[in-house]
Structures are given as C-alpha cells and as structure tokens.
Design a protein around this ligand. Structure first.
Ligand code: ATP
Ligand code: ZN
Length: 296
C-alpha cells in the first residue's frame, strides 16, 4: 500500500489516524478525538472505525507499530508516546504534544546499591525495552555498559540476577518501589504526541490543519480557567492589573453601588498565585469555571 511513493490511496481523501488499540493511551486518545467533536464508534476487537462527522478513519494498533505505519503512509497520522517515536527512529514528523500519557524513561538500580553519578553505570549490565535510547544516553555520557534487551517485566531483572540496573518507563514510581529499586537518572520525559507522515498531500495537510486547530483549542481550554469575581471599585485598577484576560478583563457594574463584576481567563500555571493576590487586593465571591474550548 503505497509503501514507496506515499501517494493518496484512493480513500476519498480521508485522513487515516492510528491510535493504540488498548493500553494506557487508548482511552485518552479517543477522549481527545471526542473533545475535538469527532464521533467514532469504538467496537471491541475492531481494527478500524470511521468518524461519522469528520473525514477521518481510525486504525487501532499496537503502539509500537504506529511509527512504522505512519512512515509507510498506511496511516497518515498517529497518536503515540514520544518514547516509542524516538526509540523506533522512523521517518515521521512530530506535530504536536498532546498533554496525556506523561511518563519518564529512567534508569533504576537496587535500592541498597551505591550510586552517586552516571559513571556508577560503567561496566554494568542494564536491562531495557529501549536499547536505542539507552545506547544514546550512555554514549553521550561516555559510559560503556552492556545493554540487555527484554520486552517486558523489566523491573524484575535485577531481582532475578539478570541485570545490575534497568531503564524503563516510570510515572508514580510505585512499580520500582515494589521491586526494591530506586530511580537514579531520567533519560527522557515523554508524553503522547501527534505524528504525521512526511509526504502528506495538500488535501490531507488541510484536513490535518483543521484537526490540529481543534486539538490546540482543546489543549488551551484545559490549560486555562474562566474566573468571575466581585471587586470593590476602589481596588478595581489593582485587580485588573493582576488579570491578563484574552484581550483584557470584562468589567460590569454590580447592582450594589461601589462594586463591579470582573471576568477573565487565567492560565493553570499561575492560577493559585493570582488567586492569592486577588484575595489580598479585596476580590470577593471568586468563581472558577472550566473552559470547554478556547479559540483565540
Ligand atoms: P501495546 O499493546 O500497544 O504494545 P504497551 O504494553 O506497549 O501496549 P502501555 O503500557 O499501554 O503499552 O503504554 C503505552 C504508552 O503509555 C507508553 O509507551 C508510554 O508512552 C505511556 N505511559 C504513560 N505512563 C506510563 C507508565 N507508567 N508505564 C508505561 N507506559 C506509560
Ligand atoms: Zn507497546
């Protein structure tokens, strides 16, 4: 299927996106498409599904296979972890970080073991499912170590004498802890990303731009909150200076004289900081509302 020239495959100009069939990225991938207003039926054991209200076909695949399918133009797009994209080294383009599936690829050693810096790994045996990324990390740090590639249950390797250290994905760290390991180095911070085939035709690129616009609106909305508050007019100037707003805050008079209602948008990062300052400046009745979509 167009492995060599990546030309459109008579699919009526529909975009084809590959997402994980089941596993940690599946639910959030479907959720993101839904939040972008794209309805897909998600039957169990289905290989493929079609959106009813967007020219999009969804392929359900193992995450490890997604970069290859996108490189080969079997799928135009994919949602997949950065860890997989960079390990597989396929010719695909990362278009957008998606904000879910966050984890890190880390080195861990037995809890009792002495470890002060990267050179502690010199001459050691490291078990991992990520040989490419581990090799890169070791080379960059001038460490020679033996990489032992295994495909699953990496965290038990030190306990059964298979390796001195491991390199695996970590989110909370509880799996490492339960296996008597401690995390010593992070070699990659990862999250799910949107990847695309490098040779999309104009029509598909237009559809991708549409999808991307929706994804970015959903992401922006998640990173921001709508805030409504009552402000004494005497402090209005100071309160407004604390609020960025999309252009500038909306200010409406309250029925009670001397007070105004102020509406604005605050980013999640600076949220608590700004709320504290608003309270200190005399703001009252502060309401914080989630935003569903944000179009700038
Ligand atoms: P598949 O059957 O599709 O090959 P898998 O078992 O390889 O699935 P999952 O465990 O479902 O994969 O993880 C999929 C992705 O989720 C990982 O590649 C990574 O990007 C992300 N992820 C987020 N947190 C974690 C975590 N704590 N452990 C493993 N993966 C995580
Ligand atoms: Zn996998």
């Amino acid at each position: 299927m167009n492995k060599n020239n990546n030309t459109p495959s008579g699919d009526g100009g529909k975009l084809k996106i590959a997402i994980q069939k089941s596993g940690r990225l599946h639910d959030d991938s479907i959720k993101l498409l839904k939040e972008c207003g794209i309805d897909i039926s998600n039957g169990v054991n289905k290989l493929k599904s079609e959106a009813s209200n967007f020219p999009l076909e969804v392929y359900f695949l193992r995450d490890d296979d997604i970069p290859q399918y996108v490189e080969d133009a079997v799928a135009d797009l994919g949602f997949v972890g950065e860890n997989v994209v960079y390990e597989k080294e396929k010719q695909v383009e990362v278009v957008e970080k998606l904000g879910f599936g966050k984890c890190r690829l880390s080195i861990a050693v037995r809890r009792g073991e002495e470890y002060d810096k990267i050179s502690s790994l010199q001459g050691k045996k490291i078990a991992t499912s990520y040989p490419v990324l581990v090799k890169k990390f070791l080379d960059e740090n001038n460490i020679t170590a033996e990489i032992h590639e295994i495909s699953g249950s990496v965290e038990i390797a030190p306990g059964i004498g298979l390796a001195d250290a491991i390199c695996d994905l970590v989110s909370s760290g509880s799996t490492l802890f339960m296996n008597g390991l401690k995390e010593t180095e992070t070699i990659l911070n990862s999250q799910a990303v949107l990847i695309k085939n490098k040779n999309l035709d104009g029509e598909k690129q237009n559809l991708l731009n549409k999808l991307l616009f929706r994804i970015q609106s959903v992401k922006k909305a998640k990173n921001n909150k709508y805030v409504l508050l009552n402000a004494p007019n005497d402090n209005l100037k100071q309160i407004i200076s604390l609020l960025p707003g999309m252009k500038s805050p909306t200010v409406l008079p309250l029925a009670e004289e001397g007070w105004s209602s102020v509406h604005s948008v605050i980013s999640e990062n600076e949220f608590w900081d700004i709320i504290e300052k608003l309270k200190a400046a005399g703001a009252q009745g502060i309401l914080v509302v989630p935003i569903e979509k944000m179009i700038i």
